[in-house]
Design a protein around this ligand. Structure first.
Ligand SMILES: *[C@@H]1O[C@H](CO)[C@@H](O)[C@H](O)[C@H]1NC(C)=O
Ligand SMILES: *[C@@H]1O[C@H](CO)[C@@H](O)[C@H](O)[C@H]1NC(C)=O
Ligand SMILES: *[C@@H]1O[C@H](CO)[C@@H](O)[C@H](O)[C@H]1NC(C)=O
Ligand SMILES: *[C@@H]1O[C@H](CO)[C@@H](O)[C@H](O)[C@H]1NC(C)=O
Length: 326
């Protein structure tokens, strides 16, 4: 039974506290009026508010302004509340008077006290800056000593691209530390990109004109990916005339930079460049060339089949006709 009353009592307190500026008695027709109607203050700042208890004459009744901090001075039914330095995290003012009928009319002014984050930092969860393409990683934005965290919006960025907005579920009014996480799956285009997070305290129209913004440092991303050939695949057989110059282009991109090894048809010296050049092709150069490109992530190969033709055989009927005409 006691716990039942306790529950009712707590529920009443909660519902009471949820009201911004309100009356406790709906039969009240002349409610006390606060100016400003909402207060949003930075922790440690000075503040003031005025309450006009009633519009009609209520000087004969009992009235007052309940306050946990600051001082109240009055001129009749107008009361001024003032504090030089607001150093509490959760407070409100209650302005009230008793009606002739014995009821009480009151209004509450909730005071939102904010503090921009002391620090904002970004990191990977359980990971250093190196990533592999198409794998999932978790970014973490750590925010320290911010209040009220409910008004905070956290945005993750890659370069100038916003990746996601996050908010806290906490209703804590005192400063808290909170981390926000976002999963990312990088691709090779994101190699060298910088990740960062931005926090913004959005305190509504009664808050500061420019919402306080605090950003993290920038976290560079290294995205590792396997080699990819730059040039399209070759025709099955590359035909070249004896004495001409042959370029076999195996240029590839990859991170880390790939290395090249060539398997050649003859017992030629070891070669490890991306483009194989033979200045003057001879028949001994005929055959299969295989280029193997690899880095720590993967390996690709490219095949070149070279057919060398003698100069004599290159003069095809069509070509001869052309030459005859000139
Ligand atoms: C009351 O607060 C407002 C807004 O901060 C300020 O402009 C004004 O000077 C203050 N008045 C007094 C009497 O402190
Ligand atoms: C990070 O790694 C530790 C140890 O391997 C593990 O206990 C923890 O749950 C991991 N945290 C996350 C967020 O994955
Ligand atoms: C937030 O973190 C800082 C640094 O770790 C610590 O000093 C502070 O007490 C923490 N605040 C809360 C509310 O936990
Ligand atoms: C090889 O191919 C790459 C990519 O297309 C190109 O940039 C480079 O100039 C080529 N090299 C030669 C020698 O043809």
């Amino acid at each position: 039974m006691f716990s039942c009353y306790l529950f009712l009592f707590i529920s009443l307190i909660i519902s009471f506290r949820d009201v911004h500026v309100s009356t406790s008695d709906s039969s009240c027709t002349d409610n006390p009026v606060f100016t400003p109607s909402a207060l949003v203050l930075k922790y440690g700042d000075p503040a003031n508010a005025t309450c006009v208890v009633c519009q009609k004459d209520c000087r004969g009744t009992v009235f007052g302004l309940e306050h946990a901090v600051g001082k109240v001075t009055g001129h009749g039914t107008t009361m001024l509340w003032k504090v030089d330095r607001l150093t509490v995290w959760d407070t409100s003012l209650i302005c009230y008077y008793n009606t002739d009928a014995g009821d009480q009319c009151s209004s509450i002014l909730d005071i939102t006290i904010y503090q921009p984050p002391e620090s904002v930092s970004i990191s990977f969860v359980n990971h250093t800056g190196m990533m592999f393409e198409n794998q999932q990683y978790t970014l973490q934005c750590s925010v320290q000593n911010v209040a009220p965290v409910q008004s905070l919006t956290v945005t993750f960025y890659r370069g100038n691209t916003a990746l996601g907005h996050l908010q806290s579920n906490s209703e804590q009014k005192k400063p808290v530390n909170e981390t926000f996480t976002l999963n990312i799956t990088p691709s090779r285009e994101h190699d060298g990109a910088q990740y960062w997070c931005e926090t913004k305290l959005e305190l509504g129209p009664a808050g500061p004109q420019r919402p306080p913004v605090v950003t993290s440092e920038k976290l560079p991303a290294i995205v590792h990916y396997g080699p990819e050939l730059k040039e399209p695949p070759n025709p099955d057989v590359i035909t070249i005339t004896e004495g001409d110059t042959l370029h076999l282009n195996c240029s590839s991109v990859g991170n880390p930079s790939p290395s090249y090894t060539w398997t050649l048809p003859t017992n030629s010296p070891f070669y490890s460049g991306s483009v194989l050049t033979i200045k003057s092709v001879g028949f001994e150069h005929e055959g299969q060339y295989i280029c193997t490109v690899s880095n720590t992530v993967g390996t690709v190969t490219k095949e070149f089949n070279i057919d060398v033709q003698g100069e004599c055989c290159q003069i095809l009927p069509g070509k001869r006709v052309t030459e005859d005409q000139s």
